[in-house]
Design a protein around this ligand. Sequence first.
Ligand code: BYC
Length: 322
Amino acid sequence: MKKLRQEAQEKALLETFQQKIDREEKIEPKDWMPEAYRQNLIRQISQHAHSEVIGEQPEGNWITRAPSLRRKAVLLAKVQDEAGHGLYLYSSAETLGISRAEMIEALQTGKAKYASIFNYPTQTWGDIGAIGWLVDGAAICNQVSLQRTSYGPYSRAMIRICKEESFHQRQGYQIMLALANGSEAQRQMAQDSLNRFYWPSLMMFGPHDAESAHSARSMQWKIKRETNDSLRQKFIDQTVQQIEFLGLEHPDKAIKWNDERGHYDSGEIDWEEFYNVINGNGHCNRQRIQHHVNAHEEGAWVRDAQNAHAEKVKQRQQHAVA
Ligand code: BYC
């Protein structure tokens, strides 16, 4: 009897929750939410945060080798922005009842993923251009739609992040423009970076909708506002003209405008490569995590000092009240 009453209560709560979402009202941390909604958000937001932080590594690799002081200052600022994005997102996930330490542990032990793209090496300065243009470009496509996600703290973090990502995308494209209009060697460098980063950028949107484990649930709860394939198509369509403007060759030889669909048709992604990378076997997976572990260990004294300081402040406040 008690169990039946509990089930009926849960059903009513679930209906009210879905109605709220359908009315486009935000869910806030103290609102009732189904456990599966909470867990799905923790998964997505924490993986998003990890991507921002791990994403600093491939770009950080070029800070000391940027071709001019101006380029160095811009890249440094961009990488700092990514660290900030990670912080907004970790804070947003913390409102769901998970601690930062738990999230970091999940990343370092391989339980939590991060964006596949950051397991590719940055071999040339052109790769910094391609990352800003294509990787941040793909991220914006996705993140613009996430500004309307149903969870309030995530949505607000996305609004701030999108403003900064747009600047990142432009700085990347500007690097590509300079290279594409430079010497023959520079033009070739731009083409090579485009060739290597184009397909992995398409993989950032995740598997096809039919293969996507979380999409249906996430769309119903408006955690995600557009499917993997529709966002990928948007990105494919917008990139064609950008490549033309650079005067570079499109890496996808099958790319072709389809009048009926009003979109470009394109070649197939190498899904075997995608699954290899997300399962830990990309070029740089081990290196990225090892670097994170080292940095985390080296930073232990900072966290200890902060905790000791916070404890002192708390004790002083308690003393003043007493
Ligand atoms: N890489 O059911 P699905 C940036 C996983 S960084 C790795 O479709 P979902 C930037 C997926 O997690 C931008 N894993 O999942 C930073 C799931 O595995 P689990 C990062 C991937 O969540 C620095 C499984 O495959 N953006 O902006 O519905 C410098 C099945 O997939 C990937 C975000 O994180 C992948 N590409 O959809 C420059 C945006 N794709 O969790 C730039 C927020 C799929 O069951 N996240 N998987 O173990 C999302 O929008 C969604 O989570 C995704 C995937 C579209 C990525």
